[in-house]
Ligand binder design. Sequence first.
Ligand code: FES
Length: 146
Amino acid sequence: MPDIETTGPRFAPPGRGSAATRRAVVAGTCAAGLTALAAGCAGGVRGPREGGEDLMAAAEVPLGGGTVLDEQGVVVCQPTEGEYRGYSTTCTHEGCPVDAVIDGYIFCPCHGSQFRIEDGEVIGGPAQRALPAVGLVVENGRVRLA
Ligand code: FES
């Protein structure tokens, strides 16, 4: 994965200190997003989502964490057992795609904004607004767009 040029404040949460660690996190959740990251902030923009689109198995969403689905432009989170939340992957700062969920926070690699998995609210970085919520439904063990 190419290094990403950043400006502004940096935040290095546990597990994000090395490129190797970050690669491991990204590889598991958003391999398709690497092209978008390399292309810059425009990669965070996505067209309209289709209701009912199947996203993933509910059992695959990490408890207390989440999974970044770059292709669908959605971060699927499970703050508490059986409670699922969805957010847009487009960072509210300058539109880069968020790329990881670590220790209960969603991270944007461009300038270091961080968002809570419970409600998408900003907890740090230059972003001033929460990640937009994306409606989800869970049925028959699958997470789908509402
Ligand atoms: S685009 Fe700047 S922190 Fe996300």
